[in-house]
Design a protein around this ligand. Structure first.
Ligand SMILES: [Zn+2]
Length: 103
C-alpha cells in the first residue's frame, strides 16, 4: 500500500478496482496547465514532497481548489481596495502638497 493511493487533502481512497480513478498528480505537469503544486503556491501554500504524504489529489479537492482560486481572487480585490482606501485617507490627513495620482 502506498500513501499515493489516498487523496493528500481529504484522504479519500483513490483506487477503484485496483486502478486510479479521477485523481490528479499534485506535482505532475499536464500539458501547459499549471500543476496543483504551483496553484497552491499562488494561494500561499507550499507543499513539501514527502514519502509519507500522497502526491495525488482526488477530483473533489481539485474542484475545491478551483473554487478557492476564484473566491480568493475576489478577496484579493477587497484587500487591494481597502489598502487603496487606507492610503487615500492617509493622503487626505497628511499635507495636501503631494498630488500624485494613485491610478
Ligand atoms: Zn480529496
Amino acid at each position: 500500500m502506498s500513501v499515493d493511493e489516498w487523496c493528500r487533502f481529504c484522504h479519500k481512497y483513490l483506487k477503484t478496482l485496483g486502478i486510479f480513478s479521477h485523481s490528479t498528480l499534485i506535482f505532475g505537469v499536464t500539458g501547459k496547465a499549471k500543476t496543483v503544486f504551483h496553484r497552491l503556491v499562488d494561494l500561499g501554500l507550499t507543499l513539501r514532497k514527502s514519502p509519507e504524504r500522497s502526491m495525488r489529489s482526488c477530483r473533489n479537492c481539485i474542484t475545491l481548489l478551483s473554487r478557492i482560486e476564484r473566491d480568493l481572487a475576489v478577496f484579493r480585490k477587497w484587500e487591494v481596495l481597502e489598502k487603496q482606501a487606507d492610503s487615500n485617507e492617509g493622503a487626505l490627513t497628511s499635507t495636501t502638497s503631494d498630488k500624485g495620482d494613485l491610478d
